[in-house]
Design a protein around this ligand. Structure first.
Ligand code: HEM
Length: 231
């Protein structure tokens, strides 16, 4: 019997996320090698060329997703910015992660029912999205318009660009990526080929309000044991 599952990541979102991830890795490695002066002049020039190519990919991916998949982009922003009392209640026990991961009795045992995203994700992902946008804009300003920006603003923009990307990378490495691996069904759905489905049973646990308010059955077999559900 095939299990009931929920479409969590349509292909458009997976392309957006994973192209962003790949270009991010190239950008952070080349950027760090240049900033921390780990290369000869020749190698640094090559690293800068690679940095610019990755920036083109990252920029096209970000605006491509926002424009071509306008509906999904707006839905993503809507799901991330909709807060209610259960979103706030998530912070009382941080989604139960301190208890689950480290045995720390922090806050109530029950996790408040969440929607598509939990309280932590509603803080982190908007920061990521705003920062991707801000790093794209600051990067292209530094690349193309330095003479027109004035010295002080250029220096400010440069440090924002460098340290902004370092802080976001630290949040990804120490927060986002480990939590994504722990929630292994999400991880598999995000990085496997094709549309990203997760088991319905897990969605009942992690996002009951999403299931209740936003999801609809799109396919079902005669016995109702197998169904596909999407937003
Ligand atoms: C090894 C690195 C990474 C892994 C394993 C990873 C994994 C994931 C997974 C599994 C999700 C889905 C979570 C959910 O919707 O419940 C997700 C969402 C997200 N990730 Fe990542 N990610 C990585 C790197 C990044 C980077 C570098 C950024 C941006 C700086 C990023 C930004 C986002 C955003 C904005 C979302 C929410 C929107 C969406 O679902 O596409 N991620 N990530």
């Amino acid at each position: 019997m095939r299990e009931a599952k929920v479409l969590k990541f349509p292909i458009s979102e997976k392309i957006f996320h994973n192209l962003n991830l790949i270009s991010w890795i190239v950008l952070i490695i080349t950027g760090a090698l240049i900033y921390f002066k780990a290369l000869s002049d020749e190698a640094a020039a090559l690293a800068m060329d690679i940095h610019i190519v990755a920036a083109v990919v990252s920029t096209a991916n970000f605006f491509g997703f926002a424009i071509i998949n306008y509906d999904r982009f707006i839905l993503l922003l809507k799901n991330l910015t909709h807060w209610d009392k259960d979103t706030l209640a998530w912070f009382k026990n941080l989604g139960g992660y301190p208890r689950k991961l480290f045995g720390i009795n922090f806050g109530p045992k029950e996790v408040a029912p969440q929607g598509r995203f939990n309280g932590g994700q509603k803080i982190l992902y908007p920061i990521f999205i705003v920062m991707i946008f801000a790093l794209i804009i600051s990067g292209w300003l530094l690349y193309a318009l330095t003479p027109a920006l004035g010295k002080q603003f250029t220096v400010f923009l440069f440090y924002f660009h460098v340290w902004g990307s370092i802080v976001i990378t630290a949040l990804v490495i120490f927060g986002h990526a480990p939590l994504a691996v722990i929630n292994f069904s999400d991880f598999k759905a995000m990085f496997s080929s094709g549309e990203g489905y997760v088991p319905l049973e897990e969605t009942k646990q992690s996002s009951p309000k999403w299931l209740e308010n936003d999801l609809v059955k799109i396919e079902e077999d005669a016995t109702d044991k197998h169904c596909r559900i999407k937003e």
